[in-house]
Design a protein around this ligand. Structure first.
Ligand SMILES: NC(=O)c1ccc[n+]([C@@H]2O[C@H](COP(=O)([O-])OP(=O)(O)OC[C@H]3O[C@@H](n4cnc5c(N)ncnc54)[C@H](O)[C@@H]3O)[C@@H](O)[C@H]2O)c1
Length: 310
């Protein structure tokens, strides 16, 4: 990663789940790293122990503050409202953060003439009819979250075409690892509270492509090497899909609770929930020379060891 030495790097949302893992990898005496986060869901503890990280509590909606930060060479824009059901209940707040917030970050990039990597999502595809889904599928969002990320992507495209900014769009599937939120975290929490039952929200028949946060971080960094990824969009997933009911069964099996835990489902999904996420990742493999390495089962075992659940 020597290509980033001497660079001033600015990470929005750096105190969150993925951002803090990225900052842990980037932090080095040879780089100047600023984390800009309003701590709405992130925690300063996630980054404050990292050497050479300058933390700024700030909102991406505060354009004045954002633009008054030191000039950056490279911006990773991860700050976002990330919860699909919340976006359906609060579409305006979701739009503000993900669409206008992204536009503000692009304005900082324009002022600084900085390179930018934008964290997008599988939600831009909605319920794709083509599986595994490739980057050229097109947009068909099924939630306000997906739509606000489409707007973010479109502004990235506009800034790249009209202002010549160097931008890469990364669409993440379901990211997991330490400090993650979402279904895996939810299952562990529920079993911790009561190992006799595990309730799945929805039918359990939804399926997801789970990719480990360390693989995401590696791809984000690889995308900033040379110019191959400039102006491009990549799917970052594992390239496999698993039904949520099978994920639940797997976790229970690894915990040796198959005889004890009863799985049930609420049978009603939340507003904006999609049926299947399954990425075709050939483009990232070929052009970024990236392959996801971490398997779901190995990580679940590790998480179980860490949580002393088995
Ligand atoms: N976790 C996943 O599975 C997943 C999947 C697809 C895409 N993504 C994208 O990856 C990025 C990071 O997601 P995450 O899972 O780490 O979420 P996260 O909630 O852990 O991190 C988001 C961070 O952004 C900060 N933030 C939110 N609004 C802000 C604002 N207005 N100003 C400044 N900071 C703000 C939060 O405090 C938090 O630290 C997001 O853009 C998300 O849409 C995540």
């Amino acid at each position: 990663m020597t290509h980033l030495d001497g660079k001033k790097i600015f990470v929005t949302g750096g105190a969150g789940f993925i951002g803090s893992h990225l900052c842990a990898k980037l932090s080095s005496p040879s780089r100047k790293l600023t984390v800009y986060d309003n701590l709405s869901s992130g925690k300063v503890e996630n980054v404050k122990h990292l050497p050479n990280v300058h933390f700024v509590k700030g909102d991406i909606l505060d354009l004045k503050k954002l633009r008054s930060q030191e000039k950056a060479d490279l911006i990773f824009h991860l700050a976002a409202q990330v919860v699909v059901p919340y976006s359906m209940e609060n579409p305006i707040i979701d739009f503000e953060t993900n669409a206008r917030g992204t536009l503000n970050v692009l304005e900082k990039a324009r002022k600084d003439d900085a390179r930018l990597v934008f964290a997008s999502t599988a939600a831009v595809y909605g319920n794709p009819t083509k599986l595994p889904t490739s980057e050229d599928y097109g947009f068909n969002p099924f939630s306000c979250y997906g739509l606000s990320k489409v707007v973010g992507e479109e502004y990235c495209d506009m800034y790249s075409k009209q202002y010549g900014l160097d931008i890469t769009i990364m669409r993440f599937a379901n990211v997991y690892g330490s400090r993650c939120h979402g279904v895996i975290h939810d299952f562990f929490d529920k079993i911790n509270r009561n190992p006799e039952k595990l309730e799945i929200i929805g039918t359990g028949l939804q399926s997801r492509d789970f990719v480990h946060v360390s693989d995401i971080v590696e791809a984000l960094i690889l995308s900033t090497e040379g110019r191959a990824a400039v102006g491009k969009t990549y799917n970052l997933g594992y390239g496999e899909t698993i039904q949520i009911i099978d994920l639940a069964k797997l976790i229970i099996k690894l915990l040796n609770l198959s005889e004890k835990t009863v799985i049930s489902t609420t049978n009603t999904s939340w507003h904006g929930d999609v049926k299947t996420i399954w990425f075709n990742i050939n483009k990232a493999k070929k052009e970024l020379n990236w392959t996801p390495k971490v398997t779901l089962e190995d990580t679940l075992k590790e998480m179980i060891r860490d949580r002393r659940l088995s």
